[in-house]
Write a protein that binds this ligand. Structure first.
Ligand code: F6R
Length: 605
């Protein structure tokens, strides 16, 4: 994750841009940079490392202007050095970017004969593309609009153009971006924090929006390049309130952050080119023939999915257990086992106790956590960050998909280390992982439809979630999400298991949510769907396009998530079950962010 700030001002901007960057430093500090238009001409300064280095660079060689953009980087493509620091410049264009341009290699290739690339980044190609269009005589507005249509991925941009003294161009798809409204000035920022000292009036750009910001005016366009109006949000209260933005609940905000949080996780577990899993010396999978995953609640379900990945992709056996049971069953351990604790907080008492137990028994221990200052991160031999950022909603959402993403990438690294997959299969699965931010963004577009489905679900007193294979844990997670925030009783089951007892509970109108992407188990899951449908169940089918084609007539409601390889499908269906639970709870008027009887960090056994 990177941080972006821009000012279309009526006074000098450099100092204020640097101040904004300091508030964004939590989003990354591999390098930083600033570009301004001085008398209409582009000038930039960049530095490796923290923002103090950029300040020193500016002190040595001052620059100022009334229009400027700035960036603090958390390295994705390319080493964290000054060459790869943003803003990137090509000809007349300078750009700052947060996110991943998935098709950058293809785009670079298309310009290779006419353009020289100076960096290893995915971002530089955007500056070149806009500059090429300007060279053809297009206006800045048209050049920017044409370029956006060529990009595939999840991104937020700010861009300025030499000899175009009054404008900043910006766009969002998947990564957040807000406009700030000041007194004779306008701003641009990754979040409210970036603009906290500048304004309390924000406009959160919507998916696919782009905008032109001038000191005294701005225009916002939608994906189809139509001028649109977006609501102004006035930020009140402290920084925590500001962070909720224009979302009604932290939980919804965190659900919507997932394209970005998953990007951050990915960039931590893939190599600099984002073409391969990161092979770490600290965690050498050649040394292990078994993995033990221990966790609680939602984190446990992430571990359950990982069992499929490690076993199917890497051929490594996985034991998985809930932390509260693990050490009491006196498990048989051996030193060729790697222990992985999965925990958002890194403080859950049972998971911590399991970690200590394995350490005492001589196992190598790793903690996959969100909070890197936590006890687990400190006590484990290896701390593995998921980088989801603070999760405030008690019901875990973005931490879950980041846990899944990290575990998928680790399974891929294990497969490569063990020689269990070919190079081409490794590349194919890495590309699938890389498509996640975009596909999650597409899944979020189902929100309105899912809200309508959730409204019907909210009248039930009990519901079932069914899945097969790696969708079983998602069925369990869907049921957990629904019960913990809406208080509707819900159970998740392996679809084939229902007829061994629980099917007795199905009666006319019982809601059954069947999670069945069109994979090798699809037909079998659909047979189980029919077993409950004939007994009167009201079916909601969560599937993909091929699944919808084959089975839409069997369901009362259908939620069609983006198609993904079975390797990433559990992450995509997670988004649907999260939104379903969220909207059911909102319909019922429960306290979504702080449901009764629960705590975010469970530090008692
Ligand atoms: C459910 C939820 C909990 C946690 C569990 C473990 O939405 O958030 O089930 O997953 O309490 O917490 P951590 O991950 O902090 O160990």
């Amino acid at each position: 994750m990177c941080g972006i700030i821009g000012i279309a001002g009526r006074g000098a901007v450099t100092e204020r841009l640097v101040d904004g960057l300091k508030r964004l430093e939590y989003r990354g500090y591999d390098s930083s940079g600033i570009a301004v238009l001085t008398d209409g001409h582009l000038d930039r300064r960049r530095a490796e490392g923290k923002i103090v280095n950029l300040e020193a660079r500016i002190a040595d060689s001052p620059l100022d202007g009334q229009i400027g953009i700035a960036h603090t980087r958390w390295a994705t493509h390319g080493a964290p050095n000054e060459t790869n620091a943003h803003p990137h410049q090509a000809g007349r264009v300078a750009v700052v970017h947060n996110g991943i341009i998935e098709n950058y290699l293809e785009l670079r290739e298309s310009l290779a004969s006419s353009r020289t690339f100076k960096t290893e980044t995915d971002t530089e190609v955007v500056a070149h593309l806009v500059d090429v269009e300007l060279g053809k005589g297009l206006s800045p507005q048209d050049a920017f609009a044409v370029t956006l249509k060529k990009l595939k991925g999840a991104y937020a941009f700010g861009l300025i153009i030499d000899d175009n003294p009054d404008e900043i161009y910006c766009a969002r798809a998947g990564s957040p971006l807000a406009l700030g409204i000041g007194d004779g000035e306008h701003y641009l920022g990754s979040d409210a924090m970036a603009m906290a000292q500048l304004t309390d009036k924000l406009i959160y750009l919507e998916e696919g929006d782009w905008a032109i910001i001038r000191p005294t005016s701005f225009e916002i366009f939608d994906e189809a390049d139509k001028v649109v109006q977006r609501d102004v949000t006035v930020i009140t209260g402290g920084p925590a309130m500001a962070e909720k933005g224009n979302f009604g609940h932290f939980m919804l905000k965190e659900i919507y952050e997932q394209p970005e949080t998953v990007t951050r996780t990915l960039t931590n577990y893939l190599d600099g080119s984002l073409q391969h899993p990161l092979m770490s010396e600290e965690l050498d999978f050649k040394k292990f023939d078994r993995v033990i995953i221990i966790a609680c609640g939602t984190a446990y379900y992430a571990g359950m999915v990982a069992k499929y990945w490690f076993e199917q992709v890497a051929g490594i056996a996985v034991d998985i257990d809930v932390a509260s049971e693990f050490r009491y069953r006196r498990p048989v351990l051996n030193e060729r086992s790697l222990f992985i604790a999965v925990s958002q907080s890194g403080e859950t008492a049972d998971t911590l106790a399991a970690l200590r137990y394995c350490k005492e028994n001589g196992l190598k221990t790793a903690a996959l956590v969100n909070v890197m200052t936590s006890t687990m991160a400190r006590e484990a031999d290896i701390a593995l960050p998921i980088k989801a950022g603070p999760e405030i909603g008690v019901a875990s959402t973005k931490a879950f998909t980041s846990q899944l993403t990290a575990l998928a990438a680790l399974a891929l690294a294990a497969a490569t280390a063990q020689g269990a997959i070919s190079k081409s299969e490794e590349s194919r699965l890495t590309a699938e992982l890389l498509s996640l931010p975009r596909k999650i963004t597409e899944a979020l577009e189902l929100d309105l439809h899912i809200e309508a489905v959730a409204k019907r679900l909210s009248t039930a007193s009990s519901a079932f979630y069914l899945g097969r294979g790696s969708q079983v844990p998602i069925a369990l997670e869907g049921a957990l999400k629904l019960k913990e925030i809406s208080y509707i009783h819900a159970e998740g089951y392996a679809a084939g298991e229902l007829k061994h007892g629980p099917i007795a509970l199905i009666e006319d109108g019982t809601p059954v949510i069947v999670i069945a992407p069109h994979d090798e188990l699809f037909e079998k899951t659909i047979s189980n769907l029919q077993e409950v449908a004939t007994r009167g169940a009201r079916i909601t089918l969560i599937t993909d396009e091929a699944g919808a084609k084959a089975a839409s007539q069997m369901a009362s409601d259908i939620i069609v998530v983006p198609t993904g390889d079975p390797f990433i499908a559990p992450i995509l269906t997670s988004i649907a079950v999260q939104l379903l639970a969220y909207h059911a709870a909102v319909h019922l008027g429960t306290d979504v962010d702080q449901p009764r009887n629960l705590a975010k960090s469970v530090t008692v056994e």
